[in-house]
Design a protein around this ligand. Structure first.
Ligand code: ADP
Length: 169
């Protein structure tokens, strides 16, 4: 099931929350900073053992002081105008997170709007990619999981809502 919610992702009680991280996986601003802040220093210690992450890929750690059991870190593309495979890389983030969730047999996962903050990806296009790539990979893998698109602004919530109702399964 796919749903959307206006919330601070660090507070969600789900099997895994997704971090919109950077290539170093050593923390940063935005949602990344908030997740590290809430999870505590043990998260950074585990991240150091991962030796970074390529754009579009995903790596999993424990959730430490979070309510979530795991954090799945993925690195979205920086928006450079659309000709540097940004759409494909953003879709890969969603696909690879879901693949890890399936591998770990998770029942619930919550995504922030990857790349749409500091990385500058246009929000409307990013919403479409988020919803479509998650739907497609779940169909391909024939797997049931509760997916929450966790919005941090009313505008994002409206965008996800209208996309989810306009294009139901
Ligand atoms: P990126 O570098 O991938 O663009 P950002 O952290 O700058 O990542 O922003 C990604 C999205 O996460 C933005 O929509 C931002 O509003 C949202 N965001 C920031 N903090 C939180 C939070 N605590 N919970 C949920 N979403 C958040």
């Amino acid at each position: 099931m796919l749903r959307t919610l206006l919330a601070d992702i660090t507070l969600l009680k789900v099997d895994a929350i997704v971090n919109a991280a950077n290539n170093a996986l050593l923390g940063g601003g935005g949602v990344d900073g908030a997740i590290h802040q809430a999870a505590g220093p043990e998260l950074l210690a585990e991240c150091r053992t991962l030796h970074g992450c390529n754009t579009g890929e995903a790596k999993i750690t424990k959730g430490y002081r979070l309510e979530a059991k795991y954090v799945i870190h993925t690195v979205g593309p920086i928006w450079h105008g659309g000709n540097l495979h940004e759409a494909e890389l953003l879709a890969n983030c969603y696909r690879n997170v879901i693949k890890l969730a399936v591998e770990y047999k998770l029942h619930s996962v919550a995504f922030p709007a990857i790349s749409t903050g500091v990385y500058g990806y246009p929000k409307e296009a990013a919403t479409k990619i988020a919803v479509e790539s998650v739907r497609n990979v779940l169909r391909e893998l024939n797997y049931e999981i509760d997916v929450t698109f966790c919005c941090f602004s009313e505008g994002d919530l409206q965008r996800y809502r209208s996309y989810l109702t306009q294009y139901p399964f």
